[in-house]
Ligand binder design. Structure first.
Ligand code: FAD
Ligand code: FES
Ligand code: FES
Length: 492
């Protein structure tokens, strides 16, 4: 089958088709420099401030869904097959959109630089038809910074606008938009450029195998929440990109009684329900990754593949005993996820090899899991320390233990000596726990850096182990946590 040599997306009711697309062109630069749509602002250009937020419409299980994304670190090729909505589109015939009007009515804007981003973060919430409450709004806006208005009037505007009945040009045109997006789904491979410089988005395993064999030097791209910054901040001259977001086989989630397999190109947002089915702490962990914008594009596979010592999912996946699947050309191999992380910046992955998926075993009867992410700022912050614990428990004693930490070593790592010490501890005898926690000093010699001192990391790691034991011994999480309380995990 021949590849398509253009990207297509829906914009203001029209199909836009572009054939000349530089591989590293961002959506923000396309909007501001090519289209001249300058309502979308450039602030940090690294995914942190939300000033550049736009909404993407796509079909998920046949349903039209809108998500906020950071246009500054999103590559133009990534929006193929989607609808792009920006703040410049919202006002129709001079009438402000209900979200814009609510921000005016509630004095939600002063200098206005952040306002387009806030409007576009709220647009998906408005379209979802949810009756918004404060918690939902705060979560929706965690990726948007305002320096002068203050958040109270913005939150009040959001609550006033998102009342459950979208009534705008998009709600009227839902069917038509969904039909156009369905028509985009031609299942073809996409290739723009030539052998020296290209943006490729294969749809099939065979095409991915061919591309990675021919171009092992190409950058593998998933959500671009890291790669986007290589472009905007490090100014890396990337010439070849292979984007995984159109690969059906990498976008699947397969749930069985025993395990969940998450395809590498599944986004954090898409993975959240499956993570929740394993344990409520995993869902809470995903909710704490970045912001809505980051979770709409960033992927579980990217979080593993980049090998960061402070990536959030690897320690939890290690503690759970997950298995990783890698694919090179037509060959696949599997390994325990902890073996993937060799040293700082070094993973067990050769050029052209792709992380294909991760299989996570469900918890069995008698097993308990906890994980905690410690950051300086609650929302949208990277971990200083992350602790994840899976224990087998019988008759009040720990019989099995898998313990992993992020932020304590050059890679996400198991605490093997501590695991041995924890096995056979009694949950009824807290006096015995301290000696086991002391063994952490043999497992880790953490570093000092701008996120946390070595002493802070060591003490926090210890406290997290004691906290996990305390909770597993029966303490209610309303006494141990300020959020993510397991007792209320399903109460919304
Ligand atoms: C504002 C902001 C907030 C963030 N907050 C958090 C946070 O709270 N917690 C956290 O853990 N991370 C956070 N991150 C970092 C980021 O989300 C992760 O590292 C992310 O998982 C990268 O995934 P991606 O799909 O965006 O990967 P990309 O940026 O597309 O790729 C990242 C790296 O992995 C490689 N790669 C990607 N997919 C594959 C694959 N399937 N096979 C082989 N190689 C692959 C790429 O070549 C690249 O080297 C944040 C980032 C931003 C910008
Ligand atoms: S400009 Fe700050 S998130 Fe994009
Ligand atoms: S209104 Fe000035 S930054 Fe928000």
């Amino acid at each position: 089958m021949t590849a398509r040599n253009s990207i297509r997306f829906l914009r203001r009711g029209e199909v836009v088709e572009l054939t000349a697309v530089a591989p590293i062109r961002t959506v923000l630069d396309y909007l501001r420099l090519e289209e001249g749509a300058r309502g979308t602002k450039e602030g940090c250009c690294e995914g942190d401030c939300g000033a550049c937020t736009v909404a993407l419409g796509s079909l998920k299980d046949g349903r039209l869904v809108y998500e906020p994304v950071n246009a500054c670190i999103l590559l133009l090729g990534q929006i193929d097959g989607k609808e792009l909505v920006t703040v410049d589109d919202l006002s129709v015939s001079g009438k402000l959109h209900p979200i814009q009007q609510a921000l005016v009515d509630h004095h939600g804007s002063q200098c206005g630089f952040c306002t387009p981003g806030f409007v576009m973060s709220l647009f998906p919430l408005y379209q979802s038809g949810a009756v918004a409450n404060r918690k939902m709004v705060v979560d929706q806006l965690a990726g948007n910074l305002c320096r002068c208005t203050g958040y109270r009037p913005i939150v009040e505007a959001a609550l006033a606008a998102c009342t459950g009945k979208p009534d705008d040009a998009w709600s009227e045109a839902r069917l038509e938009i969904a039909q156009t997006l369905a028509g985009f789904d031609d299942g073809t491979d996409l290739f723009i450029g030539d052998d020296e410089e290209f943006f490729a988005a294969p749809a099939f395993d065979e095409a991915l195998a061919r591309l990675t064999e021919k171009h092992p030097d190409a950058v593998i791209l998933s959500g671009a929440t890291d790669v986007g910054l290589w472009i905007t901040k490090q100014l890396r001259p990337i010439r070849k990109i292979i984007f995984l977001g159109r690969m059906r086989s990498l976008r699947e989630i397969v749930e069985t009684i025993d395990s969940v397999r998450i395809g590498a190109a599944v986004t954090y947002a898409e993975a959240e329900p499956s993570f929740a089915a394993i344990d409520p702490d995993l869902a809470e962990l995903l909710r704490r990754i970045g912001s809505k914008q980051v979770r709409a594009t960033g992927t579980v596979g990217g979080n593993i593949a980049n090998g960061s010592p402070i990536g959030d999912t690897p320690p939890a996946l290690i503690a759970l005993g997950a298995g990783l699947e890698l694919r090179k050309g037509r060959q696949t191999r599997a390994l325990p996820i902890e073996d993937f992380f060799i040293a700082y910046g070094k993973q067990d992955r050769s050029p052209g090899e792709v992380v294909a998926g991760v299989s996570i075993p469900m918890l069995k009867r008698g097993e308990a899991f906890r994980c905690y992410k410690i950051t300086k700022r609650f929302d949208q912050d990277i971990s200083s320390v992350l602790g994840a614990f899976k224990f087998g428990i019988a008759q009040g004693r720990i019989t099995e233990a898998r313990i992993a930490y992020g932020g304590m070593a050059a890679t996400p790592k198991r605490a093997l000596k501590t695991e041995t010490a924890v096995k056979s501890l009694s949950l009824d005898d807290p006096a015995g726990w301290a000696a086991a926690a002391d063994r952490l000093a043999e497992d880790f010699q953490p570093i000092d850096d701008h996120r946390a001192s070595a002493a802070y990391r060591s003490e926090t790691a210890r406290n997290l182990l004691i906290k996990a034991l305390t909770e597993m011994a029966g303490e209610a999480t309303r006494n141990t946590r300020i959020t993510g309380m397991r007792e209320f995990a399903h109460a919304g």
